[in-house]
Design a binder for this molecule. Structure first.
Ligand code: ES4
Ligand code: ZN
Length: 322
């Protein structure tokens, strides 16, 4: 069986970051929005480094203005994921972009996305859930509104809360209020850490935010005691190797620590992060893992089992996709 055909579960995908460039260009022309600086001449997204990526990402997102735009986006994203063999996906959605963190406006965006998700499931069989994310470089005060949005819509397609954005900015501890609010609402928790920050950032996510999963987390490999802790505590890493290689966290696929983490007993899963930005797909991630580390169907099956265990979904959904 080729890697294209393997059933896949994806736990780390940003909805806006999954927008195909043609989709964003189409909306920009419909709405007469000038997206100068967002695209290269060949039509792909244009950015120099991670911080510039975040600003291009936010510029592209400016064409997504209505709940209907987000419903169309989610439909396009789930169609592409299903074409890659993805049967279950968790998508980061950010109230800062969907209603400006106004809870009532957020509910309109969420309803539109939830209906799009239900239609995609009926038509393509792909199951999806949303993880509300706050954005680190917007600061801890501004993160309280997305946390409230998440808490008020917990269980209504939304099953988790997380934090993304510039890992170089601020301290995770300052976001504890928002994570506490989300936890008390029954949401699962994850945080981007150990991508641009070293092992200490992963410790901070565990100790200060009490997350169950880490977005990336790969730089934990630099601290053997932390690797042992991740393995012993069963913390799952949402590893996005193609994202890491494209952004230069590691110079090549061969230098990526995913296989070493696995060998040390850490629970790892595989995701794309922002596929068109990083010129990747789930099939490409699988093909590179096969080529670089000799992964076989049994290895991919283990990854899928880990993702199923760590999925932010209820028992019925887990049974449905198992
Ligand atoms: C991110 Cl806020 C955000 N969006 C997309 N990709 C990301 N990676 C890290 N933070
Ligand atoms: Zn991410």
């Amino acid at each position: 069986m080729s890697v294209q055909d393997l059933p896949k579960l994806e736990l780390h995908l940003h909805i806006e970051g999954a927008a195909p460039p043609d989709f964003i260009r189409g909306l920009a022309s419909e709405k007469s929005v000038d997206l100068g600086g967002v695209f290269r001449e060949d039509g792909s997204y244009d950015y120099r480094d991670f911080v510039h990526f975040l600003s291009v990402y936010e510029a592209a997102t400016s064409v997504l203005q209505t709940p209907e735009d987000y419903a169309r986006l989610l439909t396009a994203v789930l169609e592409e994921s299903a074409a890659q063999g993805v049967i279950y996906t968790e998508t980061f959605v950010s109230p800062d972009f969907c209603g400006g963190s106004d809870v009532e406006a957020w509910k309109d965006y969420l309803l539109a996305m939830k209906e799009a998700a239900e239609r995609a499931e009926a038509r393509l069989g792909i199951v999806s859930q949303g993880i509300v994310t706050c954005i680190r470089h917007f600061g801890p005060e501004r993160a309280r509104a997305p946390a409230r949005c998440a808490a008020e819509t917990a269980g209504d397609w939304i099953t988790g809360f997380g934090i993304g954005g510039d890992e170089g900015k601020g301290s995770l501890r300052d976001f504890a209020y928002s994570f506490d609010m989300a936890r008390e609402a029954g949401l699962h928790l994850t945080a981007h850490a150990g991508e641009w920050g070293g092992p200490q950032s992963v410790r901070d996510a565990l100790d200060d935010l009490h997350v169950e999963r880490i977005g990336h987390g790969v730089r934990a490999i630099e601290d053997p005691a932390l690797v042992d802790r991740l393995a012993e505590d069963g913390i799952t890493l949402e590893v996005c190797p193609g994202s890491n290689v494209t952004l230069g966290v590691y110079p090549s696929w061969g230098a990526h620590p995913i296989q070493k983490l696995r060998e040390r007993g850490v629970r790892v899963t595989v995701s794309t992060d922002d596929p068109p930005f990083f010129h990747t797909t789930m099939t490409r991630e699988y093909a590179e893992l096969e080529r670089t580390f000799g992964w076989e169907p049994a290895d991919f099956l283990e990854i899928s089992r880990t993702a199923l265990d760590a999925a932010f979904c209820d028992a019925d959904t887990r049974a449905q996709i198992a």
